[in-house]
Ligand binder design. Structure first.
Ligand SMILES: [Zn+2]
Length: 281
């Protein structure tokens, strides 16, 4: 399903525990690939948050179908903690096809980043799901002329650019989208500018009402809406997308829980990425 939120186009599907994928068609990036949608197939870069099956299982399709249709091999960026098993997985998938995949596989340490090109950078932020994992923030990195050089004629700027002793530019990261993947709320630093200032924040909200307690959510390393209610007020994101809802909820039940638990100022920025008709087990 495609939706434009805060001027950014998303194509996502999310069924908690079964399969989650968040694609950004305009940036040619998908975060996780629990299901391989046509939109995800068209994206050249995959950013994986962690190695659980419902965030990874579409990889075989993504690799195979992209090659079948003559698309570029693409790039898969993963937390460094799962790089080795991911390498073995890609090797085995190639072996089963009787032809190795020449996908670019990149491991990024927590706190690290991967430059995607065209001014776009994927930066990690900390999460805690009890397994090696990261959240991903997509930032637009722009080089700005330092204030002390403002107002100089173009010819003078060009001249200064040639001299190594002048550092004319400073870079600034504009966080566009942050996607948590799976995490407990306590493991997420909502003050991290990558999270708090993202234009659109996707944050997992696996459990939403009293049928599951906060303690139950923690057993699986997940978030409960009751905890999110306490921290979302500190998030400045223009839009907050709740996703990864458990199979126990019908869409109307999620909407009712959000209306009952979140404050009006937060609700005004909330978007729900609910399962599609017929998705529920
Ligand atoms: Zn998980």
């Amino acid at each position: 399903m495609e939706r434009r939120i805060a001027d950014i186009l998303f194509d996502a599907r999310s069924m908690g525990g079964i399969g989650t994928v968040v694609s950004l068609p305009e940036l040619s990036v998908s975060v996780d690939i629990g299901l391989c949608t046509p939109a995800a197939l068209r994206t050249e870069t995959l950013l994986l948050t962690h190695g659980h099956a419902d965030h990874l299982a579409g990889l075989a399709t993504w690799l195979g179908v992209r090659r079948l249709y003559g698309m570029r091999p693409g790039r898969v960026v993963v937390p460094a903690g799962i790089l080795e098993p991911m390498r073995r997985l890609v090797d085995v998938l190639g072996e089963l096809q009787r032809r190795p995949y020449d996908v670019e596989l990149v491991g990024v340490e927590p706190g690290g980043e991967c430059v995607l090109g065209n001014g776009l950078v994927a930066r990690t932020f900390a999460v805690d799901h009890g397994v090696p994992g990261v959240g991903w923030a997509l930032v637009r990195r722009v080089a700005k002329l330092r204030p002390e050089f403002h107002g100089l004629p173009g010819a003078r700027i060009a001249e200064l650019k040639q001299s190594p002793e002048h550092d004319l530019f400073q870079t600034r990261d504009e966080p566009l989208v942050a996607v948590t993947g799976d995490t407990m709320v306590a493991g997420l630093d909502v003050q991290d500018p990558l999270v708090a200032d993202a234009r659109v924040l996707f944050i997992e909200s696996t459990f939403v009402d009293d049928r599951r307690t906060v303690a139950h959510a923690h057993v699986g390393g997940h978030s409960h809406l009751d905890e999110l209610a306490l921290v979302l007020q500190r998030v400045r994101a223009r839009a907050i997308v709740l996703y990864h809802f458990s199979q126990i909820y019908r869409p109307g039940e999620v909407e009712a829980a959000v209306a009952a638990r979140l404050s009006p100022d937060v609700i005004s920025r909330i978007h729900l990425w609910l399962p599609e008709e017929g998705d529920r087990l």
